[in-house]
Design a binder for this molecule. Structure first.
Ligand SMILES: [Mg+2]
Length: 390
């Protein structure tokens, strides 16, 4: 019987795949024309390996937007020395010690928590692979064998192209999809109206503004969206305006979703208490890893808030970890399946290639929960080498 599992080594690998044929990024992002080649110029990831004294390797991923090397430095210079020789089963202790190093220094969001997230996921994977149990078992069991997915996301294009894309989404068996908005109230409403005229009310539509609206415009568009029975209005305004979220959730009946830009239980506490959001969307590779996101989901349940994980442009490692969280959460709502990438002509190879096992695509909009040990996937070292930043 294993009672202790010392951490022998930790490593972090920066991956990058340049996007040569770039689509337009979400236009609601501030300065998107100026910044698109920097923010969306490549697919990026940081993969974390935590090796136990039993030589088993657990894997995790940090959500990575810019400068993967910065995350690697934090992991190797700050987090690795804290954890070497510690017992991997002590997940709470490890998390608090990692967080404690920089808590009073302004690093309670952003890169530092993304670095902790990847390490924490890898520790849970190591525990699961050591005990030959999937992570959902360690988290209290699964409520479901499959999760329902929505197709994410339909980008702005000419109306005919949007309609064609939604037609193919319907053909693939989805009944729910998300539309990127943020071009302005009139144009956004025109797009939603067109979709309702074409597909009626049998399709469930979510909209995502990627923080692109002011409070006033978000109220205006939110009131119009209510007429079209939109399932949720995601990130209407920037994440650093919690009082704005409060105003919106007070004035609008449409459910407000947010959380992909938030970190730790402290950030989410404020998003719930002040922002009063209806649906929470943490990314396990960003918000604090499995240890922290489990707490965030539980806290959400006490507020009556449903959990719809954000997967975004993360690799399959994050998707695998998130399926474990989704399966084991009583307040899980729906899973984000990234049907489109930042470049439709050049899909993200980090999604599948870096793992030996494949997850999805959904069949009739459902994905099965991986039953393998840990998060249920292992690394394809050859693919990792191919995309590693040399
Ligand atoms: Mg979003």
């Amino acid at each position: 019987m294993t009672t202790e599992l010392r951490i022998r080594d930790i490593s972090a690998i920066a991956l990058e795949v340049p996007i040569t044929r770039m689509d337009n990024p979400p236009e609601s992002l501030p300065y998107y024309q100026e910044l698109k080649s920097i923010v969306f110029g490549s697919y990026k990831s940081v993969v974390v390996k935590v090796t136990g004294e039993n030589s088993i390797v657990g894997i995790g991923e940090c959500m990575t937007r810019l400068s993967p090397e910065a995350l690697v430095s934090i992991i190797m210079d700050v987090l690795r020395p804290i954890l070497l020789g510690k017992d991997a089963f002590d997940t709470e202790v490890a998390w608090e010690e990692m967080y404690g190093t920089m808590r009073q220094r302004g690093h309670s969001k952003g890169y530092f928590i993304e670095a902790i997230s990847g390490v924490d996921i890898a520790i849970w994977d190591l525990i699961g692979k050591t005990l030959h149990k999937p992570v959902y078992k360690l988290l209290g069991g699964k409520f479901t064998d499959t999760v329902e997915c929505y197709a994410s996301s339909v980008r702005f294009k000419r109306p005919k192209e949007v309609l064609d894309e939604v037609r193919s989404i319907v053909e693939e068996g989805y009944t729910k999809f998300k539309l990127k908005i943020g071009r302005g109230v009139e144009e956004d409403i025109e797009a939603v109206k067109l979709l309702r005229e074409e597909f009626g009310y049998n399709m469930t539509i979510m909209v995502d503004a990627n923080s692109g609206y002011s409070i006033n415009s978000a109220v205006r568009i939110g009131r119009k969206l209510e007429r079209y029975e939109i399932y949720w209005f995601e990130e209407p305004i920037p994440p650093d305006n919690l009082m704005g979220y409060k105003e919106l959730t007070t004035k609008l009946d449409i459910p407000i979703a947010a959380g992909e830009s938030e970190f730790t239980r402290y950030g989410f506490r404020d998003l719930f208490e002040i922002g009063r959001i209806d649906i929470v969307q943490p990314n396990v590779g960003r918000a604090g890893g499995i240890t922290e996101v489990k707490k965030i989901i539980s806290m959400a349940s006490a507020f009556g808030i449903e959990y719809a994980p954000h997967t975004g442009s993360s690799s399959g490692i994050t998707v695998a970890a998130e399926l474990q969280m989704a399966a084991s959460s009583a307040n899980f709502l729906i899973f984000e399946h990234m049907r489109s990438a930042w470049s439709n002509e050049q899909p993200n190879p980090l999604g599948k290639e870096i793992m030996n096992e494949s997850i999805g695509p959904p069949v009739k909009s459902k994905i099965e929960i991986p039953l393998g040990d840990g998060i249920g996937v292992t690394l394809n070292e050859k693919a990792l080498e191919r995309y590693r930043i040399k």
